[in-house]
Design a protein around this ligand. Sequence first.
Ligand code: HEM
Length: 349
Amino acid sequence: MSRVASWLGERLPISGAELRELTNEPVPNHLKRWWFALGGTPAYLFVVQIATGILLAVYYQPTPRTAYESVRYITDQAAYGWYLRSIHKWGATLMIAAVVLHQMRVFFTGAYRKPREINWFVGMLLLFTTLLTGFTGYSLVYEQLSYWGATVGSNIADQVPFVGKLAKEMLLGGAAYNDRTLSRFFVLHAAVLPAAIVALVATHIAIVRLQGVTEFRFRDEPEGKPATFQFFPDHLYTELIIGLILMVVLSALATALPAALGPKADPLATPEVIKPEWYFYVAFRWLKLFSGTVALLSMGFIVFVMFTWPFIDAWLRRTTRLEEVSVYVGIVGVFSIIGLTLWEAIAPH
Ligand code: HEM
């Protein structure tokens, strides 16, 4: 063993002590609560998505003639295909839910404030990249609903001033959905967007490491005790336990509610009701509430406010002298999102 260690040591001159120093970041005590360490959950689920996605890609064939049949083959015939597909589908749902909950935790604890504005911005990019990955993935199935969802989605992109038309044409590989479209979705879904997520998560975590997470102190913490604990192995154990619980939950969901397959896409028959995946309900209902341009401009404005929120919050706190003005804005925001989502879920059209 020591010969192997000295062989390696000559080639990779890192000592055990240096490695411990690198991983042994002291972590504030509040990270023992899941709510505060929620950022690890989407990271874990992303790894599950990569592993199951690679296995699905072995059988998936991205052309309009073959896509639906290949998904049917995965679901009905390939060994454990139904299970892997269902884990991938539920993994996407839980990953998006975890990203949103993590963002809510960061928002309501004001953890985006100076000096963490840049990491909030990186987080917003992660939110949109994750949502886009969900959108492109759903479109790959080539069911009626996913086909028409993609068509509606690209038509919405078309209405964005200046860049919309180009974005739509680049996404579809032409002016309308055609034979080349699915391979574009596939490249985005399986290569470009996951690579972007890896780069963004690496930047996000590097910034967290540089700055450390925001320190909070709770009333029930005894005075005088150290306010931190070690990342390795204590926090890693917590993350491992969360990972195991998530795996059991994912597996149970995949088995009890496996991914189904709707009717095959028919480009000539528009379905009576077109609905995207649940995480786009809020945007879809918003677009239905207002006319085209007003809906898009107002949505663009909301997205702009979300990206620049740390600066708007600082300005609001300076001018109103209300320290927790963000909490009121957050409560209105969360109730609006839940309300619009439920409305879209219940409404027949
Ligand atoms: C794939 C998506 C994401 C991953 C994997 C991720 C991962 C993490 C991790 C591991 C942390 C360390 C502390 C914790 O667990 O809460 C963290 C902190 C943070 N995240 Fe994220 N995050 C994601 C998305 C987002 C989003 C959407 C936002 C907001 C727009 C955001 C903003 C922040 C901020 C500001 C911090 C610092 C919090 C503090 O100092 O307490 N993240 N993130």
